[in-house]
Design a protein around this ligand. Structure first.
Ligand SMILES: [Zn+2]
Length: 338
């Protein structure tokens, strides 16, 4: 008996040491990636790998931190940067010395590192997690779940281009902005409805994640499908009569992408009253070809058509496009890859 306890505690010690080392090593990676991030201070990472011996089936939160006196759940915000695997817990009034002096317990080996500054604990995870938090007896408890533990259906939405990648530019309108506006309208619809559907966005601001990062997100969250939103242009880029909605999919895959493309075309053109040009093979498109989940590219309308360009720039048309995509999502969620 004594020997068993000794082995357990040695193993826990070793685990703690390794977790601390891993945390520090990973932190330097985060640090170099985000130059603006300051030096980590006050790291307290306790990894209790042996805790199950305390009682099988007893739920223990994966991260707990004591809150400053008088602060309840409504005062705490948890932000999740899925692309960066970073979860930011904002605790107003918790200064750095407070966080340094109060117990912060982490009981998971999926935490790679932590950074603390005034009012903020930033946790670097080893993958995409949903954070569920509650306040009890003056403590904030946070549990981490993989997306498929939380949602029935999962999808990734990608606003095409972004940052220095403008996409097409016509009359000072940039495709990256039109795509993002539609995606943000779609986000507000999905935030309100779309129950049971976990939605992950490759970007919700003017950034340009790489194709690999966009594809990786869909793979990592085990997305049932992946929609990338674009605005079209004529083949030679000149203004023309060509107009309407089309959807592309990778014809080399038999993964339901074609069916998904059909649903999107129907719903989006219906919501917009636009011409449904059809679904088109898109194996030449790097993202469609490389994505590991059913993926389609929705080309909402033509920036090279004067009338459609003006529509695409209007918030009414953007909202209608979002509504069409939303309707397609609800339909597809019931149909694709059960
Ligand atoms: Zn595009």
């Amino acid at each position: 008996m004594e020997r068993r306890i000794l082995i357990v505690s040695t193993a826990s010690l070793l685990a703690m040491l390794m977790a601390a080392l891993a945390a520090l090593t990973h932190f330097s990676a985060i640090h170099s990636r985000e130059a603006k991030r300051e030096q980590m201070e006050g790291l307290q990472l306790y990894a209790f790998y042996g805790l199950s011996q305390e009682g099988v089936g007893v739920h223990r939160p994966q991260l707990s931190v004591k809150l400053p006196q008088g602060l309840g759940k409504e005062g705490v915000t948890v932000e999740n940067d899925y692309m960066g695997h970073l979860i930011a817990i904002r605790i107003p009034g918790a200064k750095e010395d407070y966080l340094g002096g109060n117990a912060l317990l982490a009981r998971t080996d999926h935490i790679k590192g932590m950074r603390m500054e005034d009012g903020l604990i930033e946790v670097a995870m080893d993958a995409v997690y949903e954070a569920e938090s509650k306040v009890e007896n003056g403590y904030l408890h946070v549990d981490f779940y993989r997306p498929w533990q939380v949602y029935d259906k999962i999808l990734v939405i990608d606003a095409g281009h972004g940052g220095s990648a403008f996409g097409d530019v016509k009359q000072k309108l940039m495709e990256k902005d039109l795509n993002l506006s539609i995606v943000l309208e779609l986000k507000s619809l999905l935030d309100e409805g779309g129950e049971g559907i976990g939605v992950y966005y490759t970007r919700t601001e003017d950034k340009n994640p790489s194709y690999e990062e966009r594809i990786r997100l869909a793979e990592e969250v085990r997305a049932d499908f992946f929609l990338t939103i674009h605005s079209n242009s004529s083949a030679d880029g000149q203004m023309s009569e060509e107009n309407g909605t089309e959807v592309m999919y990778d014809e080399a895959k038999g993964d339901g992408s074609q069916q998904l493309a059909g649903i999107c075309l129907e719903e989006v053109s219906k919501a917009l009253g636009s011409k449904a040009n059809g679904v088109f093979p898109g194996n030449r498109d790097y993202l469609l070809r490389s994505s590991k989940v059913p993926t389609v590219s929705i080309e909402v309308g033509y920036m090279t058509n004067q009338e459609e360009l003006q529509k695409l720039a209007s918030s009414t048309y953007q909202r209608q496009a979002a509504q069409g995509i939303y309707n397609a999502i609800l339909r597809a969620a019931g149909a694709v890859r059960q």
